[in-house]
Design a binder for this molecule. Structure first.
Ligand SMILES: *Cc1c(COP(=O)(O)O)cnc(C)c1O
Length: 521
């Protein structure tokens, strides 16, 4: 048995696969009658397929699928044990069906160090914005009602003035997100005409948003000028024709062209555009309203308008730190044209977004208040010492979770007769506080590294990938980053109120220890 371990395992795998019941067999199991009564037969059948497929994949990957493969293999050898495996499957199926009705959006701990993490929901709202959302959601409001006139009003009126006050723009409009803002600008000013853009600015943002594609879908004809690394004002001059209506400038937010480069600034582009009677649109991506050292290199909305851009677009939930939204500012006549376009209705924001955005923007009236209250800005401007303190607190919590679970696992150990567990605990894991760097994220400042502190965990008897996987399965999940066989939990992006969640997640992760020796091979 010890000599032919590999082939013995695949025999075991084959056996485990053969031992799996069919969907039909499972569905007839008395254990599932209740689930069928509660969730309907169709969903339970669907769940059975998912669970069987997951188990099959687990067996093939040599994992137990939570120990099930081994039990299923045991089940093949004896009918009684097979009953145990089937019960395990039906429980998983019932859980799978139940999960459809549980909240799918789970709050989690972002310990990646990426402040504006698009996969993790970008910005966390300020308490004032959260309060505004709750208040607005719970009641009727004057969303499209003019209280003075007792007549229909416009939803845009709730937010225009504050955006104009903060940016110095003549007009403002808010849509679903910045992609929608760029799309609307192209549809209004470029559709059926030519829009000139530099080859160095044909960006892709997160897969589906690509400047050439968005141009095509807005029915604007894209005229590319210059090269990847160099575009001059003369390139634009030569490209402008009788059918050109718009010049588009895109902030290359998520990458940098370095070395032998030249680009045309928005001031120069605006001068040319206005000479030729064209609309000059600047897609800033993030768009910065706050003045702080970490963001000094990001173009500010104010500067773009001052440089002469007619229309400027930016996101509400990137460096602004508000809800998902696309903010459009610029010359009044252009903003009015955009508001009047049928697409504006299709791309409009709802009342909760308006409430959250208004409350977030209100904090910007006092810059020090914005830095303190808006989590995105607070994380970006937090002094290194404070981050270090949080990392140290985190490490202390994790160490005590580790020693507490050591005791717990020792007693479990006997019960499960599992000596793998003892070996694993014996080696424990190294938990240290280390200096590291975090990122802004959100497609902003790709080269900027922010000094930070991480809690570094080096597990001894399981792989670092396995530790990361387990921490994703805890409640709440904790997402870190892996670097050189260590799991790094970056203190910069961990919310203060989540510090204890990390310790509890860690305890949970330690409890779901390997029950099969194969996991530690
Ligand atoms: C992020 C970004 C967008 C898209 O903004 P969303 O708010 O994600 O829709 C568009 N243009 C640029 C330059 C960006 O950085």
């Amino acid at each position: 048995m010890a000599s032919g371990k590999k082939s013995a395992l695949s025999d075991q795998q084959a056996e485990a696969l053969r031992a799996l019941p069919s969907v039909e067999e499972l569905i007839e199991a008395p254990d599932l009658a209740e689930a069928i009564g509660e969730y309907g037969r169709e969903l339970v059948v669907d769940s059975a397929r998912i669970v069987l497929e997951r188990t099959r994949r687990g067996i093939l990957a040599g994992k137990g699928g939570g120990g099930l493969a081994n039990r299923a293999a045991g089940g093949a050898a004896s009918a009684a044990a097979g009953g145990g495996a089937a019960a395990d499957l039906t429980r998983q199926i019932a859980d799978e069906a139940a999960s459809v009705f549980l909240p799918s959006l789970k709050t989690l701990v972002n310990a990646t160090g990426v402040v504006v993490h698009t996969n993790l929901g970008r910005s966390v709202l300020a308490p004032e914005a959260i309060e505004a959302v709750v208040r607005t959601a719970a009641s009727y409001s004057n969303l499209e009602y003019n209280l003075e006139a007792g007549a229909r009003g416009s939803r845009h009126d709730h937010i225009n003035r504050i955006i104009m006050a903060l940016t110095g723009a003549e007009g403002a409009l808010v849509v679903n997100n910045n992609a929608a803002a760029v799309f609307l600008a192209l549809a209004v000013f470029g559709s059926g005409h030519e829009v000139v853009v530099s080859r160095g600015e044909l960006v892709e943002i997160g897969g589906s948003f690509r400047i050439p594609d968005i141009m095509a879908s807005s029915a604007a004809r894209m005229v590319e000028v210059g090269t990847t690394n160099k575009t001059k004002i003369s390139d634009y001059e030569k490209a402008i024709g009788a059918d050109t209506t718009m010049l588009l400038h895109v902030h290359t937010s998520n990458y940098k062209v370095v070395g032998f480069t030249a680009e045309v600034g928005i001031a120069e582009l605006a001068r040319l555009g206005h000479e030729r009677g064209l609309v000059v649109v600047d897609d800033l991506g993030s768009g910065v309203l706050a003045e702080m050292p970490a963001l000094a290199e990001e173009p500010s909305v104010h500067d773009s308008l001052a440089a002469g851009a007619d229309v400027v677009t930016f996101s509400g939930d990137k460096l602004l730190g508000g809800p998902q939204a696309g903010i459009i500012v610029g010359r009044k006549e252009y903003i009015e044209k955009m508001k009047a376009h049928p697409l504006a209705r299709a791309l409009r924001v709802d009342k909760m977004t308006l409430a959250a955005l208004q409350a977030t923007l209100a904090l910007y009236l006092k810059p020090e208040l914005a830095l303190e209250k808006i989590p995105t800005l607070r994380m970006l401007s937090e002094p290194l010492e404070a981050i270090k303190e949080r990392a140290e607190f985190m490490a202390a919590e994790l160490r005590s979770a580790l020693s507490a679970s050591e005791v717990a696992n020792m007693s479990l150990n006997e019960e499960l007769e599992n000596n793998v567990r003892a070996a694993w605990i014996g080696d424990a894991m190294a938990i240290e506080v280390q200096r590291a760097t975090s990122k802004v994220g959100g497609g902003a400042l790709p080269l900027l590294e922010l000094d930070s502190y991480v809690c570094s965990i080096r597990p001894a008897a399981i792989t670092v990938d396995e530790l990361a996987t387990r921490l994703r399965e805890t409640d709440p999940p904790v997402i870190g980053r892996i670097h050189k066989e260590r799991l790094l939990l970056d203190a910069r992006t961990v919310l203060p109120e989540q510090l204890r969640d990390i310790a509890s997640a860690f305890t949970q992760a330690l409890q779901s220890m390997p029950t099969s020796p194969s996991a530690t091979d």
